[in-house]
Design a binder for this molecule. Structure first.
Ligand code: FPP
Length: 226
């Protein structure tokens, strides 16, 4: 969800935080559109491990926005049958934020229409490091052998273990990089980059991204089927 800061500055001459607030409106629009068209998993990169390095005022504003958004949206999530999840080092979030998140996840746990996952204090390298530590501990304890380590076992130690790999990854704002996001999981994901800033990303932009995805031929390293 990139480009909130530039959207606010370039479009309105306003603060980055104004951009993030409008980013929340786009989160709502896109979540509802995904539920509507039958997308089963939507995972949003809301706060990266590296984002902790932003000015304290911006970090605090983002955390407050997260608390107020979850509090406000739980009712709507339940009405739309959307279940909230989180991946990342969520215990490092401020207490209030962490608690609100746990409450939101618990309050929506029976919903099955759309699995909405927020990546918070998340980075792929953090996630893979965690997985390696857990696996190494199991080997050291003798509960698994080195030869038991395969792709499935690694997958089962990632934060995304209960989710399928993404089919489509969308990055807004014109930046052409992945920025430490789901690196293991996107091995065969189709990538889509748009110049639109996140607050400008609307339903029709989502449909356009999906339309492009539908034109792609996914071979997963094999040959074209005849
Ligand atoms: C990247 O844009 C965006 C973020 C670091 C924060 C994303 C957060 C939200 C959309 C709001 C909170 C989310 C939820 C789910 C309640 P940027 O700040 O890097 O923009 P820039 O590249 O233009 O500076």
């Amino acid at each position: 969800m990139d480009g909130n800061g530039r959207w606010a500055k370039e479009r309105w001459g306003r603060s980055r935080i104004f951009g993030h607030k409008n980013g929340v409106a786009a989160v709502r629009t896109i979540t509802e559109a995904c539920a509507e068209i039958g997308v089963k998993y939507l995972t949003l990169y809301a706060f990266s491990t590296e984002n902790w390095g932003r000015p304290a005022a911006e970090v605090t504003a983002l955390m407050n926005l997260l608390v107020s958004t979850i509090r406000k949206e739980v009712k709507q999530l339940n009405e739309n049958k959307v279940r909230l999840h989180a991946i990342g080092d969520i215990e490092s979030l401020p207490k209030q934020c962490y608690n609100e998140l746990l409450e939101g996840m618990s309050a929506t746990q029976h919903n099955q229409r759309l699995q909405l996952t927020l990546a918070l204090s998340y980075s792929s390298r953090w996630e893979i490091t965690q997985a390696m530590q857990q696996i190494a501990e199991k080997v050291a304890a003798g509960s698994i052998q080195t030869s038991d380590i395969d792709e499935q076992l690694i997958n089962n130690h990632l934060a995304t273990k209960d989710m399928p790999d993404p089919e489509l990854l969308i990055r807004t704002s014109g930046e052409l990089r992945i920025s430490n996001y789901l690196l293991w999981q996107i091995a065969y994901t189709e990538l889509y980059f748009t110049k639109k800033f996140w607050p400008d990303f609307k339903e029709e932009d989502l449909y356009e991204a999906i339309y492009h995805y539908q034109q792609r031929e996914r071979r997963f390293g094999k040959l074209k089927s005849v």
